[in-house]
Design a protein around this ligand. Structure first.
Ligand SMILES: [Zn+2]
Length: 245
């Protein structure tokens, strides 16, 4: 969503970053479906065309992403950083992402976890988004002066695979059990036909969500991770523990 487009005043926009065309859908698509259902405006920023992948051409992968974003109720854009499998952590990239934050004005930002595992592009993008969130609110960055500074409310990290889940942080679990949410999430993952032909990634993600859900007394859940302290106005906002004491 761009400034000027009508957004529901009830929720600030959610901006989700993916290193590859399918990262957001597989990592946290159920949460996206749920937030869209509640009326939150959602925008995806994809930082490569997945051109280094074994399966699927960039053209196919872009088409698959657009289809998946539509299913989940999100708008989508593709940007170029260093290209798939070549992403490096550089100030210029963080500034480019900060510029996007100032333009789209999100309240919530989602990025791949900074755990160094699986694809190196995931954790490097996570680091770049974390840096961008800080730069977006600094008043004196000359490259960003074209737009007013913007402070997001919250940066959550998602884990594309179980290996990318931080081991030393308690996850925040999101209930995605509603049948219409599971079905939108499954359909969005299935839109990535070039990827799901190779391995049963959909079953892997659904099984992860079932296991997390079972631990918390829910049908399905997806974990997000915070690396900064969470601020609550009162204990009324504290939800409940996964452990049912
Ligand atoms: Zn990926």
């Amino acid at each position: 969503m761009k400034p000027g487009l009508k957004s529901q005043p009830k929720f600030a926009p959610l901006l989700a970053f993916g290193a590859h065309p399918d990262d957001i859908e597989f990592g946290c698509g159920g949460i996206i479906a749920r937030e869209a259902q509640l009326g939150r405006p959602i925008h995806f920023v994809i930082c490569s065309q997945g051109e280094a992948g074994t399966y699927g051409t960039p053209k196919q992968r872009i088409a698959e992403s657009k289809k998946a974003a539509k299913i989940l109720g999100a708008t989508i854009e593709f940007i170029k950083l260093d290209g798939d499998a070549h992403l490096e952590i550089r100030a210029a990239h963080a500034l480019k992402l900060a510029q996007i934050l100032r333009h789209t004005l999100p309240g919530i930002v989602l990025a791949p976890s900074v755990v160094e595992n699986q694809h190196p592009g995931h954790c490097r993008l996570g680091n770049l988004v974390r840096d961008a969130a800080r730069l977006a609110r600094f008043g004196g960055v000359k490259e960003l002066r074209r737009l007013p500074s913007h402070a997001i409310d919250q940066l959550f990290f998602y884990a594309v695979t179980p290996e990318a889940e931080p081991r030393d942080i308690s996850p925040v679990l999101f209930d995605i059990s509603a049948p219409e949410i599971i079905s939108a999430w499954t359909a969005a993952m299935s839109a990535h036909q070039s990827q799901v032909k190779a391995r049963n990634y959909i079953e892997l993600q659904l099984t992860r969500a079932r296991l997390l859900g079972a631990r918390a007394g829910l049908g399905h859940a997806i974990a997000l991770f915070l690396i900064d302290p969470l601020v609550l106005a009162s204990l009324a906002q504290s939800g409940r523990s996964a452990r049912r004491f």
